[in-house]
Design a protein. Structure first.
Lengths: 228, 85
């Protein structure tokens, strides 16, 4: 990170977001940047290099997860900045909002076993050439927490083939040794995280921001922020 | 005024874990309904809309169903419009 110009980062706060401060703290811990918290009502904001849509339960997850947040005034701005090339990182509820907004394909359904899953999972970095994962090794196996009721990634056959063919599946649930293992939530192809066509928008269900410092029990999430 | 009812269901191609759980319960020991199959759980949204005629109200209702009440990636919807006298 030396000799690099500091990036400008924002974390969007929706009513019901609950990982906004965690994300802010993680960014500070990993790359020393003070991210600005942006309230969802803001319809214009200065240009950022990184915009995080944090985890939580925006608007109580009523209707569908992310469905209401997707129409918050700030989202038009997020979409504009994503088109401009800004990096947009959607974590958990943020991922759900990104699919609802059409910035990422597919949708997140109820977990197959209908349980709210709150535990650590093993993940394999399937693509370490993205802007979000370049600090990880090839096929590196990492441990991050999940905490969601709707993380069952769904996409139709055609969309799945496209994601796979374009190397846009970035993270997959796996066993601790990195071998294939069914996703705890039933996600298609064990998908835990994907990027958009231009590689500047990443959505993932696990929480990298919750494991960025050893005192928190691990730091596997830190490299995601260092990548940026 | 028109009373509008939007019914949202998962697409056939989407597994509905909630429906599957309800089906298991219906067939299971506590309440035995072995003749049941293909349970799907959806949602119904009722709303009132103002407008001049049922056709244009339905068009608007479809628009809002398409844009927010349903997610076309995984869901389909039906719209019913009933004029209130």
């Amino acid at each position: 990170m030396k000799n690099m110009k500091k990036i400008r980062a924002a974390v969007v706060v929706f009513p019901g977001s609950n990982c906004d401060r965690d994300a802010q703290r993680a960014i500070k811990a990993a790359i020393g940047v003070e991210a600005r918290l942006v309230w969802h009502k803001e319809s214009s904001m200065e240009n950022f290099d990184l915009i995080v849509l944090p985890g939580g339960f925006s608007f109580g997850d009523y209707l569908r997860t992310g469905a209401i947040a997707r129409y918050s005034p700030v989202m038009a701005e997020v979409i504009r900045q994503a088109k401009r090339g800004a990096r947009v990182l959607g974590i958990c509820n943020g991922f759900q909002i990104l699919t609802e907004a059409g910035l990422l394909p597919g949708a997140l359904l109820r977990n197959q076993n209908l349980l709210f899953l709150s535990r650590d999972v093993w993940l394999r970095v399937e693509n370490n050439a993205t802007a979000f994962t370049r600090a990880y090794g090839k096929k590196q196996v990492i441990r991050l927490p999940i905490a969601h009721g709707d993380g069952n990634y769904f996409i139709d056959d055609e969309g799945y083939k496209k994601l796979e063919g374009e190397g846009r599946v970035v993270l997959r649930y796996c066993a601790s040794d990195g071998s294939d293992e069914a996703a705890p939530n039933g996600a298609r192809g064990n998908i835990a995280g994907i990027v958009n066509e231009t590689g500047n928008v990443l959505g993932l269900m696990p929480h990298p921001e919750r494991l960025t410092e050893p005192i928190l029990g691990g730091a596997d999430g830190r490299r995601m922020f260092e990548s940026l | 005024m028109f009373k509008v009812k939007v019914t949202v269901m998962f697409r056939k191609s989407v597994l509905d874990p909630q429906g599957a759980a309800v089906e298991r319960a219906l067939k299971g020991g506590g309440i035995s309904f072995p003749e049941v199959s293909s349970v799907r759980v959806g949602k119904v949204v009722e709303l009132m809309m103002s407008g001049t005629d049922a056709r244009s109200v339905e068009e608007r209702a479809r628009l809002l169903a398409d844009r927010i009440l349903a997610n076309p990636v995984m869901e389909e919807y039906a719209v019913e419009v009933e004029p209130l006298s």
